[in-house]
Design a protein around this ligand. Structure first.
Ligand SMILES: [Zn+2]
Length: 463
């Protein structure tokens, strides 16, 4: 309040920043500060983002995804799986104080606190990054050392099948999964002979001239002394046979075997990267990664945006990472139990230094929902957080207000309402229905629980 008393009085708003439980302004971010100019409505990610720009790029991609899932909802009348990305960092988390948006700024970063985290690994760049980082850290910090201790190694196998642009994109996804399942079951004896304790699988897609290109990277564990030539030959034969049976097509490039990929430190780092990367340069050769499609959609490439939607639709409930029984067999924590060590170290270092308490910036949730609304076509979250990091409370609130003004000027489509984002209460109705009709498989149970959380968060906003 002390910052701009006259203006706050003059406009009669009850907005007060920085006080927990502050009452929220009811119309727009009605607080008086020097106005912020938003510039042209073009959230172009810089071609080679450096420093700060790179830090906000995931938010820009997230904003593009939010626009694409809400656009899909308005056109098709149904949700893509992973549509709750639309509320990530926007809706309030279950149990967090309602009605107030909260930013925490510390020496390192500015971020939303007490907000819904969608946890979608295909649609949400922010959540996917966290999952990818955790899995990579688990490979390096838990799995590889445990394998080494037991005298085991691993080979990297990549399974792919042929695909074309005009066929339905869920066809190659389904065929790949089915073929892998068939092959995997038949290989049980071969695995056993090689001394395998299990596999780590990573599902990946790129989009190129031939449409959706799904592939599976598998780290297959085995004895250091296993006969890898025999293993490769068995796997390869079984793979081509299984692809045919699953109704897929396969060229010679559909199978790649890299023996003993865990020999030295560099090989391990590389293997971990190959198994868990969010957006790699490799993608460019074989097509675009989902993240790259979002970059292009963000600058108005409608075709790439439609391809992203099509890819997300085709992926359905596909798991991105799967460690099977590896953790159990080796007596190590599972990837989901694993805490990122690097992050913890960095955190511990920060705590050792005398840390100033973080700056807390609060404003009305309703303003936050407007300022970050997908229909605005701006990466609002990135803009607000960057302003908060650079200019503290004043700049952040000024940015929120500028975005809210923009929102007020926009002619919003009929389906759009601030608090009632229609898609926020709908995601995954199919799985909710299925839950009443049949037992769910483990992957579905996870999704079911996640959606229930989402619903709660969505209702909190709507209430
Ligand atoms: Zn998310």
């Amino acid at each position: 309040m002390a910052l701009f008393p006259q203006l706050a009085q003059a406009s009669g708003t009850r907005f007060s920043a920085g006080q927990p439980g502050a009452s929220a302004s009811s119309e727009g971010a009605g607080f008086g500060v020097r106005s912020t100019s938003l510039g042209k409505n073009r959230d172009t990610p810089p071609a080679k983002p450096a420093g700060a720009a790179r830090a906000y790029r995931p938010y820009i991609r997230q904003a593009a995804a939010q626009r694409l899932v809400s656009g899909y909802w308005s056109n098709e009348g149904e949700n893509l799986r992973g549509s709750s990305v639309a509320g990530c960092g926007r809706w309030k988390a279950h149990g967090a104080p309602a009605g107030v948006a909260q930013i925490e700024v510390d020496a390192k970063q500015a971020r939303m606190t007490g907000h819904f985290i969608c946890g979608c690994n295909w649609t949400c760049e922010m959540c996917a990054r966290a999952t990818v980082a955790r899995n990579r850290s688990w490979l390096r910090g838990a799995l590889f050392p445990a394998l080494h201790e037991k005298g085991l190694s691993g080979s990297l196998v990549t399974f792919t099948l042929a695909h074309s642009y005009n066929e339905a994109w869920d066809v190659p996804v389904a065929a790949l999964k089915k073929a892998y399942g068939l092959m995997d079951r038949r290989m049980a004896k071969v695995y056993k002979k090689a001394g395998s304790v299990g596999k780590f699988k990573a599902f990946e897609v790129t989009v190129g001239m031939n449409g959706l290109h799904p592939h599976l990277h598998v780290l297959l564990t085995h004895d250091k002394a296993a006969d890898l030539e025999a293993l490769e030959a068995e796997l390869k034969g079984a793979w081509f046979k299984a692809v045919e049976e699953a109704g897929g097509r396969c060229t010679d490039r559909g199978f790649d075997f890299q023996p003993n990929r865990l020999n030295d430190y560099a090989a391990k780092m590389e293997a971990a990267h190959e198994l868990s990367a969010q957006s790699t340069k490799l993608g460019r050769k074989k097509g675009k990664t989902l993240s790259q499609l979002l970059d292009m959609a963000a600058v108005g490439d409608l075709e790439r945006g439609a391809e992203w939607q099509r890819a997300i639709g085709a992926l359905g409930s596909t798991n991105r990472f799967h460690a099977g029984n590896l953790a159990k067999k080796l007596g190590i924590p599972s990837p989901s139990e694993w805490e990122d060590e690097e992050e913890q170290d960095a955190q511990a270092e920060l705590e050792l230094e005398e840390q100033a308490p973080p700056l807390i910036i609060e404003y009305a949730l309703e303003d936050h929902l407007r300022a970050t609304h997908p229909a605005l076509g701006r990466p609002g979250l990135a803009m607000i957080l960057r302003a908060a990091k650079r200019g503290g409370r004043e700049k952040a609130l000024s940015m929120v207000r500028a975005l809210c003004d923009d929102y007020a000027r926009k002619r919003m489509p009929h389906w759009m309402a601030t608090a009632h984002e229609p898609w926020s209460v709908e995601p995954g109705t199919d799985i909710m229905r299925a839950a009443h009709e049949r037992p769910l498989n483990p992957a579905e149970v996870r999704e079911y629980l996640r959606i229930k959380e989402t619903h709660r968060a969505g209702y909190l906003v709507a209430a």
